[in-house]
Design a protein around this ligand. Structure first.
Ligand code: TRP
Ligand code: SF4
Length: 330
């Protein structure tokens, strides 16, 4: 089948991924693979913008993340999977693009402003953090991607990418498409404590979790706070266990809602059902994970092939860019 266009997306290497990544991102990516030429990048340089002083786990985090991607159905035969720093052409394009974007434009980036606030003291803001969206633009533009699946938080970065592409095309030559962001539907999936699921909150269920861990974690999940005793009727609308049931296709969803609001089913049983569903849901992912874990050379090979494919395109684009900018001297 003729593919529609080029998709590029990326994640910073955070190690093992959780159900929030699976439902919110990876399932989307997986489904896009048939329709588009897909390129998925592990953005290790981007990780440095906040973790430049904690690099000891980065190698392992990259591997764990790749294993999770592939286990979730990202297919290295179908798509390109590569590590950002394996493609130094990105850094070169980043430098060239940094000339055509203003500091004040980057200072206006809302994600930058948020991080500055979080980091506190103004004096210790790394330059790389300000420059983050330029590097992201280089990631996207070097592959001439036309579609970028991202979460809402990334929209400002895609907007900056579009501006840089326009500016470049206007100043030199029409080389870059203006990429469109593509928002997936992100179903509600909260962490065990009812906050956003995140590694740093310690409230996540990981793709790597086995049935015992899943059952233990589901037991900790917050339920309708008004439902204290078994005979109290519950309100499934305010219970994250129920949100999960909805997502994981529980065929008994109506029955559960009914059972909860009439106090016929207890939270313990309801949670046990959910734990079983999640365990089933992750069976294939786990099997694939085990296979990949047992064959570290395969991961090396996948990343080497991905890097080589990505570099070919990157070198071609960079050549066009340098020609357009009159930077080819011999
Ligand atoms: N900044 C993105 C995030 O934190 C990750 C990323 C890096 C990315 N390069 C990209 C996403 C290119 C889309 C396209 O989620
Ligand atoms: Fe939530 Fe289920 Fe308990 Fe109702 S029975 S409050 S849906 S865990």
């Amino acid at each position: 089948m003729e593919k529609k266009g080029t998709i590029l997306s990326g994640m910073r290497p955070t190690g093992k991924l959780h159900l929030g990544h699976l439902i919110g991102v990876l399932n989307n990516w997986r489904n896009l693979q048939q329709e588009y030429n897909c390129i998925f990048e592990i953005a290790d340089w981007h990780a440095l913008t906040t973790k430049y002083d904690q690099t000891e786990n980065i190698k392992n985090d990259i591997r764990e993340m790749v294993i999770d991607w592939i286990s979730a159905g990202i297919d290295p035969e179908e798509s390109t999977i590569f590590v950002q720093s394996d493609v130094p052409e990105i850094a070169e394009l980043n430098l060239l693009l940094s000339m055509i974007v203003s500091v004040s434009r980057l200072e206006r980036n809302p994600t930058y402003k948020e991080q500055v606030q979080e980091l506190g003291v103004k004096g210790s803001i790394p330059f790389g953090l300000l420059e983050y969206p330029v590097l992201q633009a280089a990631d996207i533009l070097i592959h001439k991607a036309d579609t970028v699946p991202v979460g809402e938080d990334q929209l400002p970065h895609i907007e900056i990418t579009r501006e840089i592409a326009r500016r470049f095309n206007h100043l030199y030559e029409e080389i870059f498409p203006e990429p469109e962001p593509k928002l997936g539907q992100v179903p509600k999936l909260l962490g065990l404590d009812g906050r956003k699921m995140s590694k740093s909150y310690g409230n996540a269920i990981y793709l790597a979790d086995g049935s015992t861990e899943i059952a233990d974690k589901v037991k900790q999940m917050v339920t309708d706070p008004e439902r204290i005793r078994l005979k109290d009727p519950g309100n499934p609308e305010v219970c994250s266990v129920y949100d999960y049931h909805q997502l994981f296709n529980c065929e008994e969803i109506e029955e559960l809602a009914q059972g909860c609001s009439t106090a016929e089913i207890g939270c313990m049983d309801c949670k046990q059902k959910l734990a079983d569903l999640l365990t089933d849901y992750l069976v294939d992912v786990h099997q694939k994970r085990e296979e990949l874990k047992a064959d570290p050379e395969l991961i090396d090979q996948i990343l080497a092939e991905g890097a080589s494919k990505a570099r070919q395109t990157a070198q071609q684009t960079l050549k066009e860019v340098k020609e357009a900018m009159n930077l080819v001297y011999s």
